[in-house]
Design a binder for this molecule. Structure first.
Ligand code: 2RA
Length: 339
């Protein structure tokens, strides 16, 4: 029989998506614990026709738990992740807390499964595995197959990030603002302290001394770790846009070896977890709405970068569901590899 699992942060947007994905993929758990903060403890959850009560998260919550899926913020992961590992639990952490820890694998199953091949659940030996940032996952799902063929020397990413990345409250706030603006009322700006409706703005993550925000530096650092390539040049500009739950990303790639657009398109058509939507005739390319609630990342606008010589460069456009492949699905694919 399967593993005893726990979902930490079960009432949040990603926590709820964990449950959807576990069910969609018939994950073979033998038991499941619903864990959240004291504020949510006691809430009832119906999951797969069974009644659960949300329990308050404590270190003892992990006694007998084989796999714990965390998505409750970095401070909760730092506080309870190691305690769970001490109890023999394998923690799949969606926060940024341990992503750059060199002892912790940072994994996209379709990209670098080898990084976690030494870890299995149910052995009594706990471990930490980090889920990359959503915008990194979505970008690398498409960029990696091309990198493997022609070796990316430089990657320039512009993201158009959905409200879901800032949580369920941000999704509600952005809908409320649109209603308010359409009714001629002043928008309620609780979550981002600025108008979101009919607007866009630089990602709300803190800006660092080098002028990049934390979201952009995640793309830079996580790409180098996942590709195990400390020399690849990466730069990013992350923007928050009034879209519900799917990120869009424009990516420019400079290769060491030539890669023509037709070959690139074929590579992407055969890449796991990727669909190509690239019809110039009908001007049909990926959109956030059509990838929402879907597993696959969609790629289009595949074209030679005309600013680079000899097919050394490509421009592509990617859309992916931030809550699903960007968080919950990727984490559960990692959990499946632990079985
Ligand atoms: C965002 N990447 O979209 C973050 C969520 N983890 O804001």
């Amino acid at each position: 029989d399967g593993p005893a699992i726990a979902v930490v942060g079960v009432t949040g947007a990603v926590g709820q998506e964990f449950l959807s994905v576990l069910s969609d993929r018939n994950f073979p758990y033998r038991s499941i614990k619903m864990l959240a903060s004291q504020r949510s403890a006691g809430r009832r959850i119906i999951f797969e026709d069974r009644d659960y009560v949300v329990e308050e998260l404590t270190a003892d919550s992990f006694d007998g738990v084989d796999i714990a899926l965390f998505s409750a913020g970095g401070s909760i992961s730092k506080k309870f992740g190691p305690a769970a590992v001490d109890r023999g639990t394998v923690v799949v952490d969606n926060s940024s807390a341990f992503r750059m820890d060199e002892k912790v694998p940072l994994v996209i199953p379709e990209v670098n499964p080898e990084a976690m091949q030494h870890i299995k659940a149910g052995t009594g030996k706990g471990a930490l595995i980090a889920n990359p940032n959503c915008s990194t996952i979505i970008c690398l799902m498409a960029a990696t197959p091309l990198h493997r063929r022609a070796k990316v020397l430089r990657m320039v990413v512009s993201t158009y990030q959905a409200a879901s990345g800032a949580g369920a409250a941000a999704m509600e706030s952005s809908k409320l603002q649109i209603r308010e603006v359409l009714e001629g009322k002043p928008p309620t700006c609780k979550i981002f302290n600025r108008q979101y409706a009919f607007n866009l703005f630089s990602h709300n993550a803190p800006v660092l001394s080098n002028g990049y925000n934390e979201e952009e530096m995640k793309m830079v650092k996580e790409t180098r770790k996942i590709w195990n390539d400390k020399d690849v040049k990466v730069t990013a500009t992350c923007i928050r846009v009034p879209v519900m739950r799917a990120h869009a990303e424009s990516v420019n790639l400079q290769f060491e070896n030539p890669l023509d657009e037709d070959t690139a398109r074929d590579i992407l058509k055969n890449a796991p977890g990727v669909v190509v939507i690239d019809d110039r005739e009908s001007n049909s390319f990926p959109t956030p709405l059509e990838v929402s609630n879907k597993d696959d990342v969609a790629v289009g606008r595949i074209r030679q970068d005309l600013s680079q010589d000899g097919n050394q460069g490509l421009d592509i456009f990617i859309c992916g569901d931030q809550i699903r492949k960007g968080a919950a699905l990727n984490a559960i694919q990692i959990a499946e590899m632990l079985l």
